[in-house]
Write a protein that binds this ligand. Structure first.
Ligand SMILES: C[S@@+](CC[C@H](N)C(=O)[O-])C[C@H]1O[C@@H](n2cnc3c(N)ncnc32)[C@H](O)[C@@H]1O
Length: 370
């Protein structure tokens, strides 16, 4: 934690300071002002002028204030007519929602009246306690608390016979199980002994391959939270003897009979670290994966690429781009199996991306060297 992350404000004539640790890539607010009571309209006026509020009052009143702010902002927002405007609107709204701050004292304590115990939820996100007080947007804290509950509860995965995958904040969750089913159904290459799961996230695909009998699997990821999460999941699913989790960019060294990858599906810039599993600027990871995958295959091996065509329905990728990139990488399509989304967002008509989501198809491309 460096000095440039310390923010200051004045309370009862004294200068107070705390660290700024936001998970988002938004810049820190210019000015801070301590408040105990304020109307939603006054709060919004300050926030729009880049003044964040350090909330010193009752915790539940802060939650009510945040809901009132969200309601006002969303009621005024125009329905965006394309994906980029939708993303811009989301980023602007999220910056505003993150201007209501709580001070978290060392040991992850909140000093606000009626504040809940957030120690377990924050330890889940940040690891061992911080020694300095820090500022945390209430909007994020509520996300952390929800994620912590999900982490404890786990997501039941049909392809693992209903066994649970536990996913903390900041790691891609297999709540949309249909792409996992594709990996459970696709025909394995003959004599498949070794497999890699590139961008393993929670490790769910590595676990499915282990349950299908692949003897040696390596899951890789660049997100440190994913590495810890996948290792935990392999242990509790009894897959640890078969699966090794490695922190590396794309491929480990060596060769495999099967290389699986479920990359981020949309070519866009992430606005927070947690979005790096969803958005891949200009499909850079996808292209880098395709470009080198064939070089790592054993004879008779296959590459499995899991992709949805949502980017095509949103006008972010031309319909034949993916096939062109596959061919340019010296690969050819052996077969392609498809599934339709069952997640609730596909049915939500008020979702600004409903038109694209309702037509989305998720595919597992089985690729072999050309
Ligand atoms: C869409 S998620 C898929 C996670 C998991 N395989 C699944 O199917 O649920 C994409 C994953 O790729 C990881 N990732 C992104 N770029 C990567 C890279 N260059 N090398 C390794 N992993 C990467 C992300 O951290 C994220 O965990």
């Amino acid at each position: 934690m460096t000095d440039e992350h310390l923010l200051q404000w004045v309370e009862y004539g004294e200068t107070v300071q705390a660290a700024w640790l936001s998970e988002s890539r938004h810049p820190a607010p210019k000015t801070l002002c301590a408040v105990e009571h304020i109307s939603a309209d006054d709060a919004l006026r300050l926030m729009r002028a880049d003044t964040a509020l350090v909330w010193r009052g009752d915790y539940h009143q802060a939650k009510q204030l945040l809901s009132a702010i969200k309601k006002r902002v969303r009621a005024k927002a125009k329905q965006p007519d394309d994906f980029h405007r939708h993303r811009l609107q989301q980023a602007q709204q999220s910056r505003l929602f993150q201007m209501l701050l709580l001070v978290v004292s060392p040991g992850f304590q909140l000093n606000n009246a009626r504040a809940p115990d957030v120690q377990a939820a924050l330890t889940d996100v940040y690891g061992a306690g911080h020694r300095l007080p820090f500022l945390l947007p209430l909007h994020l804290l509520l996300g952390f608390i929800g994620a912590h509950e999900w982490h404890k509860t786990g997501v039941s995965v049909q392809a693992l016979g209903g066994a649970k995958i536990h996913v903390p904040y900041g790691v891609f969750s297999p709540v949309r199980g249909e792409y996992v089913d594709l990996v459970a159904q696709a025909e394995l290459p003959k004599g498949c002994h070794t497999a890699w799961d590139i961008g393993t996230g929670s490790g769910v695909l590595a676990a499915v391959l282990a349950k299908r009998g692949v003897a040696q699997i390596i899951g890789t990821d660049t997100n440190p939270r994913a590495i810890l999460c996948a290792e935990d999941n392999m242990r509790h699913l009894d897959c640890a003897p078969q699966v090794r989790i490695v922190a590396t960019d794309l491929f480990p060294s060596g060769y495999a009979d099967l290389i699986v990858c479920n990359p981020p599906w949309l070519p866009a810039k992430p606005t927070a670290d947690i979005e790096t599993a969803l958005y891949d600027p200009q499909h850079a990871m996808l292209k880098a994966f395709l470009a080198d995958a064939a070089e790592h295959l054993n004879a008779g091996g296959q590459v499995w690429l899991i992709m949805s065509d949502l980017a095509e329905h949103l006008g972010l990728r031309a319909p034949d781009d993916l096939r062109k990139w596959i061919n340019a990488a010296g690969l050819r399509v052996l077969t392609k199996i498809e599934t339709l989304p069952q997640h609730p967002k596909a049915q939500q008509r008020h979702d600004p991306l409903h038109h694209a989501r309702s037509r989305e198809v998720t595919s597992l491309w089985q690729l072999v060297p050309a």
